[in-house]
Write a protein that binds this ligand. Sequence first.
Ligand code: SAM
Ligand code: SF4
Ligand code: SF4
Length: 338
Amino acid sequence: MEKTIIHDKLNRPLRDLRISVIDRCNFRCQYCMPADQFGSDFEFLPRSALLTYEEIERVARIFVHLGVEKIRLTGGEPLLRRDLPILVAKLSSLDGLRDIALTTNGVLLPKLASSLKDAGLKRVNVSIDSLNDELFGKINGRGVGTGPVLDGIAAAKAAGLGIKINMVVKKGLNDSEIIPMAQYCKENKLELRYIEFMDVGSTNGWKMDDVVSKKEIFQMLSEHFEMEPIDPAYYGEVAKHYRYKNTNVKVGFITSVSESFCSSCTRARLSANGQIYTCLFNGNGYDIRNMMRNGATDEQLVERIVSIWNNRRDRYSDERTAETNKHRKKIEMSYIGG
Ligand code: SAM
Ligand code: SF4
Ligand code: SF4
């Protein structure tokens, strides 16, 4: 099928699709699914509400036809969704898709890395916010030490998957881990991306004062390492990259709060229950699941997605203030992924 390139109201093309395959998780990271808010009585989506793999493939094929080149699978914890390699195989055979990646907390990678690679997965981003077992257990809300995640990273490496490491930095919580994480990743030739703590959802108690900005992190790193900037690899690249001098090891910053990048945001998101979101900070999505289940044709789905994208004006991070954060209803991160 010939690609049709579509643009939104701010002239941004549609290029990326993030697909959340599940809203559940085996962690309760403080900044994402705080344990006191996501307790044993929390009502997750019933199985029947989740898009099937056939439905996800159908929507993804249409998105690829409308310009999407990269798909990232996320969650919740995507590796908790049963038989995920089957979905990866379906998606990686889509004509016109250039890249398929996955964001995970890594715990289930020892079990799944090689079958994901065989199914066509190219890369994983593994999230780990500290190398200190006690602190990491506190952050993930489940008391899980770093061992299972480091084993997951090793399994991804052994399977031949590309690996990037994600670290969310929250002031007073894990800023002491900025340098140890850099040292570890540099020694192990892993690209580390520092992510500024974001005000996603409304359960993580975000305050501007808790954000450690790229500038602050960079300053700390500069005291230990020599780094040189790298030009963006492509339009809309989220992370700002540097390279440790005289090495091939990169380090990146996701500056959603201190240096927003809405003007080149080409990402659409599909929640596990089939709602399309055009921004991480939307309150409501646009339903596509019921349309499919009520017999919509591909042409009708294309028309719907084109109309959603053509009417998109989102630029939340450009406009963020303490007030916008307080008053806006926002979907939880675990529901639509990072
Ligand atoms: N469970 C998987 C994981 O943790 O990698 C995938 C889903 S998680 C929602 C995706 C990414 O969002 C992770 O790298 C996580 O650290 C990041 N994240 C979650 N809450 C965040 C927040 N409040 N601010 C910044 N990043 C956040
Ligand atoms: Fe789970 Fe990932 Fe959220 Fe942590 S960041 S609670 S691992 S979905
Ligand atoms: Fe894109 Fe919304 Fe993030 Fe801006 S705030 S970069 S529009 S997801």
